[in-house]
Unconditional design. Sequence first.
Length: 270
Amino acid sequence: MTYATYVYAVRRTGGPEIHSPGHDGGGPVRLLPLGSLTAVVQDVPAAEFTGEALRQRFTDRLDLERCARTHHRVVSAAAAGAATVPLPLATLYANDVRTKVVLEEHAELLSEALHRVAGHVEWAVKVHRDTAVPLLEPETETGTPVPDEPATGREYPAGAGDRRGNSDGRQESALDAVDLVDRVVRTVAVASVRRPLHGVELTGRDRPQVMNGAYLVPRDDERLLTAALDTLRLDPRLSGFAVETSGPWVPYSFVSVALAEGAGRDGARA
């Protein structure tokens, strides 16, 4: 059987061995020296990781999830012992020699990325419109709450304008909520990225998502972040919104290393 070299991540030389199972059918996860850096790799059956094979396999959601979970498990094990740059899912090269050639060409970029994330973790922060809790009523210039619906057909033209006002008010409330959460989390985080919003078909809940962010937080400041988020959840300005967090994670969102070849789902390179 022909094998290819699957690369999970890169970290500095000198970290501990990694005892984590890799992809089924492959060899043990091992460390491949790259001078001052070390790649976390595994020998995998080349035929199962060609571009065409991966396209077919990843049409099966369960197979895709299984591969992603394996990739994440190994990356997390690597990051537990040293600062780690995770590589994209299904990064492969034809063999160890080719792996060394390509990654050593990008040693400077990889080292910069390692320096950026060393001592930091990633936290995901999401804000949803909580449909179970009414928003504070928007007010008119006279301080009178804007009605949701006109009382009679005669009042329809004014009512239609009021509904537009309500819509604008909800949008403004969402923007204010996102701005508040972002400002508070940024008092602890050193960097942030904003991700595309997830629809209800992905969240599985009938709560519109208004913010989907990732924040790079010093590992020593996680308690400060937790305290800030607890305070946010009690803030009356967030009435009608729910703040959800998850972490700490390996800082995937803050490691953007563009390899010239081999990255992604193109299969093993010669």
